[in-house]
Write a protein that binds this ligand. Structure first.
Ligand code: SAH
Length: 356
C-alpha cells in the first residue's frame, strides 16, 4: 500500500464505531497526542497488491485469511529453520560478504539485535544514560520462537512478553525459555500485533524484528506499537520495505510490483510500504527522535547463505519433511536476492521514542 500520501480524514472503515486504538485503558487520560493527529489513513492504492483496499480494513476478511496463512506458514516452517539456523528468524548484520560460515551467521544475527539497539540509542550497559533508561519491560511483537526475547531478557534482566500468530512458535518459545531457566522473565502467547493483549503504556522497549512486513494495516500496526509503549520508551521496527518512491512517482514500476507479488504469495505478506511511509506515519503521530536507515548492504550475505543451506543434505531432507508452504518459501529465495540487488527491496530500520 502506498502510505505516501497520508490523509488527515476519518476513514469510515478503519475507525467507525471504534475506540481510538491507543486511547483506551486506564492510563490514557494524560496522553498528549491529539485525536486529529491520530485519525490518519493510508491511501487505498497499492504499490504492489490488488488486495490493498481490503487490506486497509485491517481486520477484514482478507486479514483473517492472511493471519491464518502466516500462522500455518510458521507452524510448518519454524522447526526446519531452527534445525538449521537456530532460534533467530531474522537477517544477520555483516561487515562484508567474504566467506561467512554458519556460526558466523548466527553471530551476525545477534549482531543485528545489538546494532538495532545501538541505532536506537538504547543504553547497553548497567548504567542509564542521558539518552534513556535500560529497558525493564519489553514486548517482542512477532516473536518467532523467542530468540530476541530471551536475548533481551538476559541482556537487560528485563521482563519480556512475546506475541506471535503461530501456536507452534509460542509453544516452542515457551519450552526454550523453560529449558534456559528464563520462564520467570519471558512469556509467549498467540496474539495479533494489531490487537495486542496489553494495557496502554506498558513497555519501555517495543521490539518488532522482521514482523512489520506481515502487517496488513501499517497504520493500525504503528498505532498499537505507540499505544503499548510507555512515555519515554523506545520503538524499534526492523523490516522489509520497498524502495522509497521518487518525486512524482505514485507507485512502483510494474516489474517491481510483479516481483514483490511473487514474494508476497510465498511468504504470506500483504502489500509493502517504504521506510519513508513509516517515517511519515510516525511523524504524524508526533513521536520524538525518529530515525531511519537502509541496512540493505549489511544484510547482503544472508539470503545466499540461506539458499545454500537449503541445498545441503540436512537442508533438503528437512525441507522435504516440512510441507508445501515451506518448500514454496524456499523456492522464492532467489527473488529476495534479486529484489535486494535491483534496489526494489530495502532492509530498513525505523526507530523513535514516545514523548515523556
Ligand atoms: N522476530 C522474530 C521472528 C521473525 S518471523 C525473530 O527475529 O526471530 C515473523 C514473525 O512475525 C512470526 O513469529 C509471525 O508469527 C509474526 N507475525 C506476523 N504477523 C503477525 C501479527 N499480525 N501478529 C503477531 N505476530 C505476527
Amino acid at each position: 500500500m502506498v502510505l505516501g500520501s497520508l490523509l488527515i480524514n476519518q476513514h469510515p472503515l478503519l475507525f467507525k464505531n471504534e475506540r481510538l486504538p491507543w486511547r483506551h485503558g486506564p492510563r490514557d487520560a494524560g496522553y498528549p497526542f491529539s485525536r486529529r493527529k491520530m485519525i490518519i489513513r493510508p491511501r487505498t492504492t497499492s504499490s504492489n497488491s490488488s488486495t490493498a483496499e481490503a487490506d486497509n480494513v485491517g481486520l477484514g476478511r482478507s486479514s483473517l485469511v492472511l493471519n491464518k496463512g502466516i500462522a500455518e506458514f510458521y507452524d510448518e516452517s519454524s522447526g526446519v529453520w531452527e534445525n538449521i539456523w537456530g532460534d533467530h528468524m531474522h537477517h544477520g548484520f555483516y561487515d562484508d560478504d567474504s566467506s561467512v560460515s554458519l556460526s558466523d551467521h548466527r553471530l551476525a544475527q545477534i549482531r543485528m539485535i545489538e546494532e538495532a539497539l545501538r541505532f536506537a540509542s538504547v543504553p547497553s550497559g548497567e548504567e542509564n544514560t542521558s539518552d534513556g533508561k535500560i529497558p525493564k519491560r519489553i514486548v517482542d511483537v512477532g516473536c518467532g520462537i523467542g530468540g530476541s526475547s530471551r536475548y533481551l531478557a538476559r541482556k537487560y534482566g528485563a521482563e519480556c512478553r512475546g506475541i506471535t500468530l503461530s501456536p507452534v512458535q509460542a509453544e516452542r518459545a515457551t519450552a526454550l525459555a523453560l529449558s534456559q531457566g528464563l520462564s520467570d522473565k519471558v512469556s509467549f502467547q498467540v496474539a495479533d500485533a494489531l490487537e495486542q493483549p496489553f494495557p496502554d503504556e506498558q513497555f519501555d522497549l517495543v521490539w518488532s524484528m522482521e514482523s512489520g512486513e506481515h502487517m496488513p494495516n501499517k497504520l493500525k500496526f504503528v498505532n498499537e506499537l505507540v499505544r503499548v509503549v510507555a512515555p519515554g520508551g523506545t520503538i524499534i521496527i526492523v523490516t522489509w520495505c520497498h524502495r522509497d518512491l521518487a518525486e512524482g512517482e505514485d507507485s512502483l514500476q510494474p516489474w517491481e510490483k510483479g516481483l514483490l507479488d511473487k514474494i508476497c504469495k510465498a511468504y504470506f505478506l500483504p502489500s509493502w510500504c517504504s521506510a519513508a511511509d513509516y517515517v511519515k506515519l510516525l511523524q504524524s503521530l508526533s513521536l520524538d527522535d525518529i530515525r531511519r536507515a537502509d541496512w540493505t548492504q549489511y544484510v547482503a550475505p544472508f539470503w545466499p547463505a540461506v539458499l545454500q543451506s537449503a541445498f545441503t543434505w540436512k537442508g533438503l531432507t528437512s525441507l522435504l519433511r516440512s510441507g508445501f508452504k515451506t518448500i514454496k518459501g524456499a523456492l522464492v529465495m532467489p527473488l529476495m536476492i534479486e529484489g535486494f540487488k535491483k534496489g526494489v527491496i530495502k532492509f530498513s530500520i525505523i526507530t523513535c521514542r514516545k514523548p515523556k
